[in-house]
Design a protein around this ligand. Structure first.
Ligand code: GLC
Ligand code: CA
Length: 561
């Protein structure tokens, strides 16, 4: 297996709006990030993935970009960005930026000129005539409504897979691609270290734009089969790789909702020259009812094991994966996969162990390192996310009970992950001296970074330790090692071996809030050859004991001698 720095890296995602506010306007900013670089260095991360910081009217918190060459006023200036790069690099921390090029903001100059058919922008977006006064087809948009919005001035409809204020770029147009590549080079020449590519598998659309299948009771059809992994997506990415990516020593990760392992491999196969890795959504979907993220499902460990297996088996020869258990679009991992009350610490540490020992590059989402939890605001007025607000409106219009809708929001809203990072127990959790743009989770007095820095039993301390462990030279198996499942038929415990050049690491995780007992005489674990390297509990090693037991959410990592 080829060694690369981005395979060995631990990545930390910053959602700048909620990270740290340096000037008291209630909004996180670039200087706020600079102020926390030493904290991140101490955590042990190598790369920061910065969610969008470009100029934006913030319809979708920066994922609607109005100028790729400028910084959002609220976040600071280009000088601040340059300072952040210098300060991060001085600490040996790399920075990758979010590349959002499936769509722009409708306030982007390109779009304004496109409406007016000013060249070369006339065909920069996807414009179609209506069908007898109706939209060109029946597809529904990700944030509600039709994907088509009529523009009076141009007397045509434009396509937007996300909000009305996020028109999709027309990748069929070579001038669009060239412009995007130019912009990417501009940033890379500034010294950034790569890109996380937003919904990159949506950029190529089936040019016949057929109607999508309609589920019963739904107003709109499902267009996904016509834009997920569309006909020219690999051609476009190979072109991008040839013209831009291959010219720099960088890392790339594509966000690819709805990909299967076989499709995922096409994006990352080393022989195909596209991307380094993708974010697939399969692990996320294990606790949601299939295809409806608003509905909760019980964690089925067999399903999870199956997913890890399949992706590993498909990628092991010539691909590389990414591992994450939450991000700015997904609720907090400890609330989703663990127990955010009784066993918050234990389950957070167990999930951290999982994140740091599976094959692939691990991603930490801000606040994960201190075990931050989901939030439950009483009023919908305290929510900010466009997806949540649109969904609430739509369900109210359907006549559903408000209480029921709020329950779903508590489970699935993206704002669960977007409450401010809890730095200390002072007002607003030390995030801001002003009024935060979104309320702080009321549990910040109990859960915050400052108190955890001092506490040897804290989630933060555990994260620092396990990252250190991962980086030790004799633990390369955790990075490059192959993956071999153990106890596959156990529905409570997730266990595996990682092997590399004679090194062997054994991981065993109790995924549930009750004890687990195993008779060692069954021969699966040879206890005499295990040396414990980390655990989230105090472990008494008693070699004569034939009963191997794990406490609620217990995690252990052993070196096999
Ligand atoms: C991606 C982003 C999400 C955003 C969407 C549209 O899924 O992660 O936050 O809303 O793309 O840009
Ligand atoms: Ca600020």
């Amino acid at each position: 297996m080829k060694e690369h720095w981005w395979k060995e890296a631990v990545v930390y995602q910053i959602y700048p709006r909620s990270f740290n506010d340096s000037n008291g306007d209630g909004i996180g900013d670039l200087q706020g990030i600079i102020n926390k670089l030493d904290y991140l260095k101490k955590l042990g991360i190598d790369v920061i993935w910065l969610s969008p910081v470009y100029q934006s009217p913030n319809d979708d918190n920066g994922y609607d970009i109005s100028d790729y060459y400028d910084i959002m006023d609220e976040f600071g200036s280009m000088e601040d960005m340059e300072k952040l790069l210098v300060e991060a690099h001085q600490r040996d921390i790399k920075i990758i930026m979010d590349l959002v090029v499936n769509h722009t903001s409708d306030e982007h100059e390109w779009f304004e000129k496109s409406i007016k058919k000013i060249e070369p922008y006339q065909d920069y977006y996807i414009w179609k005539d209506g069908k007898k006064g109706a939209p060109p087809n029946n597809w529904g948009a990700m944030f509600g409504g039709s994907v088509w919005e009529y523009n009076e001035e141009r007397n045509q409809y434009y396509l937007h897979l996300f909000s009305v204020k996020q028109p999709d770029l027309n990748w069929e147009n070579p001038a669009v691609r060239e412009t995007v590549y130019e912009m990417m080079k501009w940033w890379l020449n500034k010294g950034i270290d790569g890109f996380r590519m937003d919904v990159i598998n949506y950029i190529s659309k089936d040019q016949s734009y057929p109607d999508g299948k309609k589920e019963k009771g739904e107003k709109y059809g499902n267009g996904a089969p016509y834009f997920i992994n569309g006909p020219r997506v690999h051609e476009f990415l190979q072109e991008m790789n040839e013209i831009v990516l291959s010219k720099y020593d960088i890392m790339t990760v594509g966000e690819t909702p709805g990909v299967t392992p076989a499709e995922g491999l096409k994006y990352v196969d080393e022989a195909r020259n596209e991307l380094n890795m993708v974010f697939h959504f399969d692990i996320m979907d294990t606790v949601d009812v299939v295809s409806d993220k608003w509905e909760k499902d019980r964690l089925d460990l067999f399903k999870m094991k199956d997913i890890i297996n399949k992706w590993y088996e498909t990628f092991k020869k010539q691909g590389w994966n990414s591992i994450y258990l939450n991000n700015h679009d997904r609720p907090r991992m400890v609330s989703r996969f663990g127990d955010d009350e009784k066993y918050r610490r234990e389950s957070a540490k167990m999930l951290i162990t999982f994140n740091m020992t599976l094959p692939g590059t691990p991603y930490i989402y801000q606040g994960e390192e201190i075990g931050m939890c989901n939030v439950q605001f009483e009023s919908i007025d305290d929510y900010r996310d466009i997806e949540t607000l649109n969904r609430y409106q739509k369900e109210i219009e359907k006549g559903r009970e408000q209480k029921e809708i709020m329950e779903e929001i508590y489970w699935a809203s993206r704002d669960n992950a977007r409450t401010p990072v809890q730095w200390d127990d002072s007002e607003n959790a030390g995030f801001s001296n002003g009024e935060p743009w979104i309320k702080v989770n009321p549990n910040y007095k109990k859960i915050n970074a400052a108190s955890q820095q001092e506490d040897p039993a804290s989630v933060l301390k555990y994260y620092q330790d396990i990252i250190k462990l991962r980086k030790k030279k004799d633990n390369k198996a955790l990075i490059y090692g192959n993956y071999q499942p153990v106890l596959e038929d156990d529905k409570q415990v997730f266990s595996y071996l990682r092997k590399y050049n004679g090194e062997k690491i054994f991981v065993i995780l109790n995924f549930f809030g009750y004890n687990w007992e195993h008779n060692l005489e069954e021969g699966i674990i040879d206890y005499n050859h295990l040396e414990l390297i980390i655990s989230n509990y105090e472990v008494q090693i008693n070699k004569k004991d034939t009963n191997f037991s794990l406490r609620p959410y217990e995690a252990r990592v052993y070196r096999v001698k």
